[in-house]
Write a protein that binds this ligand. Structure first.
Ligand code: ATP
Ligand code: MG
Length: 477
């Protein structure tokens, strides 16, 4: 192959010569000039958006950069355009191998060998423990993972795995929950309704409330507004509650996104919706943008075989990138009870760089929650200490269940006796004794994940919590 500098000279004479562009791109790839290669292949795609060699070139660049997920999306697109493209199958084989899916790697390798009788790839063959000749002896398999019948994404984004420039006019779509300051609906719940979580409350104030109250101070200290906070922990411990309370608490716009609002069966539309949500937040900055049950969206891309889902996660990562100057006054808060299911890329600096563990409430937090739950109920005057003690390890939702159940029993007694029957400490303790905290199962699960995960700040807090001698951990349950 001619070397890249000779080809570059030739290209200067005829910059739009597609074959020359492809040759030059391949030369750049061989010489590991990845940025240049990507740009050249993108130029080729400007001329012909369905040029499979150019798509494949970009896929290889992405793969070499370690972006296996991006490479897979690109290679799948090649197979959609050209199902018998042996090179795309070969690349997908490498992608799957590097992601630890040997069976899929072999499937694609065999397919490549069957399509191209001359194909050989000694390095891959060694790693798979299988030669191209072995593969050809196997009965030709149907194309594995047939590329989905999706139309190509909108043009103009060929070099990237995400979209930035949607052609549509400024959009007129709003998620279900958008509150401007002063909206009477939004103050229904505030931090005062959430027991415990002092660290998290303060962190939210530091990132969005105080900067708006004391802008000069923030400027003087060179601190920025916004960022990304991920809250995680066992179910029923108030993650959703605090997300709702943020609306009543922060003096700026508030936007909560239910993931069902984003998903769209049409290719590219889900990414577009997500982009539009971030655009709305930017247009309405300062703004808090909230994603509850994030795990359903931000799944670990390695678990996602479907290219559409990978695209969505890539889009999310792109929108959250801290280097984007336009994200400066946006605070993104995500919540999940399955932190292990999230793509690790979400936790890199500039995205959800801060992860806050929300454990089951400790004794002071339970005292607060009990007080909140007792408010406005026919409750006999009681000293809560015994109940606080008896509900060690209970989540806020467990405590709520205890109060609801006790209220039901007292109500039933009142109906049958015709007398008002108050909720007593004895009744609450009796109900508590019948209930096993729902957080126990979560801790069992997370213990396994924490043991398997590499040293990672993310699980350290959970590990600390599990190892703590405090009876609150309920380790021996
Ligand atoms: N810290 C708390 N203070 C007051 N009430 C709480 C608290 N934690 C939980 N609750 C009660 O439990 C209910 C359920 O909590 P919530 O839905 O916020 O849990 P979650 O952490 O979002 O759970 P999941 O992980 O299952 O989504 C709340 O609506 C509230 O009534
Ligand atoms: Mg929740």
């Amino acid at each position: 192959m001619p070397n890249s500098s000779a080809l570059r000279d030739a290209l200067q004479q005829s910059p739009n010569n597609l074959s020359l562009l492809l040759l030059y791109g391949r030369a750049c790839l061989e010489e590991l000039h990845l940025d240049e290669a990507r740009e050249v292949f993108a130029r080729a795609l400007d001329i012909d958006p369905d040029q499979t060699d150019a798509h494949l070139g970009i896929a290889k660049v992405l793969f070499m950069e370690g972006n296996t997920s991006g490479a897979a999306v690109r290679a799948e697109r090649v197979l959609f355009l050209e199902p018998d493209n042996a090179s795309a199958h070969l690349l997908l084989s490498r992608v799957h191998l590097s992601e630890g899916d040997r069976a899929k790697a072999v499937e694609h390798f065999d397919r490549a060998a069957q399509i191209d009788g001359t194909m050989s790839d000694p390095a891959l063959e060694r790693e798979l423990g299988r030669t191209a000749r072995d593969a050809r002896k196997t009965a030709p398999a149907p194309t594995p993972e047939p590329a989905s019948p999706e139309p190509a994404p909108p043009p103009g984004n060929e070099g990237d795995e995400f979209f930035d420039d949607f052609d549509d006019p400024p959009y007129d779509w709003r998620p279900e929950t958008f509150y401007a300051p002063g909206d009477p609906e939004r103050n229904a719940v505030t931090f005062a309704d959430v027991g415990g979580m002092e660290e998290l409350k303060e962190e939210i104030r530091l990132k969005i409330t105080y900067p708006l109250q004391f802008p000069d101070l923030y400027k003087a200290y060179g601190r920025k507004t916004g960022g990304g906070i991920l809250i995680y922990g066992p179910p029923g411990c108030g993650k959703t509650l605090i997300l709702r309370a943020v609306a009543g608490e922060v003096p700026c716009n508030y936007l909560a996104v239910g993931l069902h609002e984003i998903f769209d069966p049409y290719f590219g539309s889900t990414e577009r919706n997500l982009h539009q949500i971030f655009e709305t937040a930017r247009a309405n900055a300062p703004c808090v943008l909230v994603f509850d049950d994030l795990d359903s969206l931000a799944q670990d891309r390695r678990q996602i075989r479907e290219s559409q889902m990978r695209n969505l996660v890539n889009q999310f990562l792109h929108e959250m990138d801290g280097i984007r100057a336009d994200n400066q006054r946006i605070l993104v808060i995500g919540a999940t009870n399955q932190p292990w299911a999230l793509d690790p890329a979400f936790r890199r600096p500039g995205r959800f760089d801060q992860a806050i563990f929300v454990p089951p409430p400790d004794a002071p937090a339970r005292a607060q929650i009990i007080e909140l739950l007792a408010k406005d109920k026919p409750i006999a005057d009681f000293d809560a200490a015994a109940l606080i003690e008896a509900t060690n390890g209970f989540s806020g939702a467990d405590l709520k269940w205890v109060f609801d159940r006790a209220a039901e029993l007292a109500l039933s007694a009142a109906i049958h006796t015709g007398q008002p029957v108050p909720i007593t400490l004895e009744l609450l303790l009796a109900v508590t004794a019948t209930h096993k905290p729902t957080t126990a199962e979560w801790f069992e699960g997370v213990r396994t994940h924490a043991q398997q995960a590499a040293p990672d700040a993310f699980f350290n807090e959970v590990r600390k919590f599990l190892a703590a001698p405090s009876p609150n951990t309920k380790k021996d349950r």
